[in-house]
Write a protein that binds this ligand. Structure first.
Ligand code: ZN
Length: 62
């Protein structure tokens, strides 16, 4: 199974906005907060968790 991040890294990370759990969206190369829906880009295996880089959840999708 393809992974964006090394084993163990995702498990210790949390959403900087809400503290929620993050899941990988391998196809989109993003991390996705399952609580607030914010997405964070992953570039070359390094998640960009800066608020400037965060992608707001699409209000038309749930
Ligand atoms: Zn969140």
């Amino acid at each position: 199974m393809n992974r964006l991040l090394p084993d163990g890294l995702l498990e210790i990370m949390q959403c900087p906005r809400c503290g929620g759990l993050l899941v990988e969206d391998v196809a989109a190369s993003q991390l996705h907060c399952i609580d607030c829906g914010t997405r964070y880009p992953v570039e070359d295996g390094i998640p960009n968790m800066l608020d400037d880089a965060a992608i707001d959840p699409d209000p038309d999708r749930s």
